[in-house]
Design a protein around this ligand. Sequence first.
Ligand SMILES: Cc1ncc(COP(=O)(O)O)c(C=O)c1O
Length: 341
Amino acid sequence: MIDLRSDTVTKPSKEMLQKVLEAEVGDDEYKEDPTVNSLEEYCSELMGFEDGLFVSSGLMGNQISLLIHTNPGEEVITTKDSHIKNYEHGAAAFLSRTQFRDIKSTDGVYDNESLMETIQESKINKPLIKVLATENTHLASGGSVIPYEHIKALSEISNSNGLKLHVDGARIWHAILTEPNSVKYGNYCDSLTFCFSKGLGAPIGSMLLGNKKFISEAREFRKKLGGGMRQVGIIASAARFAIDNRNNLIKDHELASLVNNSIDKENRSFHTVTYKDTNMIFFRFDTPSNAEIFRKKLEDKNIISGYIKKDVIRLVFHQDVESHQVNNIIEAIDYSSSLDI
Ligand SMILES: Cc1ncc(COP(=O)(O)O)c(C=O)c1O
């Protein structure tokens, strides 16, 4: 079976596991794990931040950021389909007790005029907006890249309005691949989290980045949330291997693009195909039952696909998909594209 449900399904490679065996470890609660310390330093320097904290998940990185940047009852600007708002099990309501305000956006990119209007309105008789959050790449639209220029514009807007800019960069390395000079996010945002456990292919972990004060508070919150870890160099070594080999993502983009280009988009069971130049292809259907027929037929051909919504199916390319499997995938899509059962 070729599992294309998500880029979270990857298994650690032998080379990665070798790094785990060789990892130097210590007690990270005493900041004595050299592998973790080096990973935090490496990532913060790479992306232009003062400091970093290895956390267990992207959710933990996002939610710790909200805990630090907001007080209960204050607001976080986001898009209506963002992960931080919709897919984190209500964690923001549960932990920081903030609420979200949606702003008009296209593929995760805000309409700057609506953004400014909403921020101005929040100063009069409205809950106070404290955070501007963005998601790069933007999952719900199919893995769209948020242009670096938009990040810079958001930085200006947040600075001039006393807001904090947070980037949910779970898949930021896919975005950076398409705009190679867009690495120094520390110059533009207050906090950023990215995942080692998605396209980068590590089994566990995310990096949270910010200034020294922010990371010191984040360490405190990580502990309170039960995320303090001990000889965690064992997993940090896999994460380090993943980030050192981030250029492997090039192959995922190439395979996704090849498959997308091969799809006959006329007269097929799906309504539209969306490919945003990163590692995912979305198929939208007129009805959920057509989506289910497509999913089952792919499965007949040994391809596991994933649901994004009842009528949207995605194929996600990742490090465990090999180039020689592309023809199977193309043939399976072709076979599944007719509604005949
Ligand atoms: C855009 C985005 N942000 C955050 C997360 C949360 O990451 P984790 O599953 O590590 O908590 C995900 C997970 O799929 C994601 O897709």
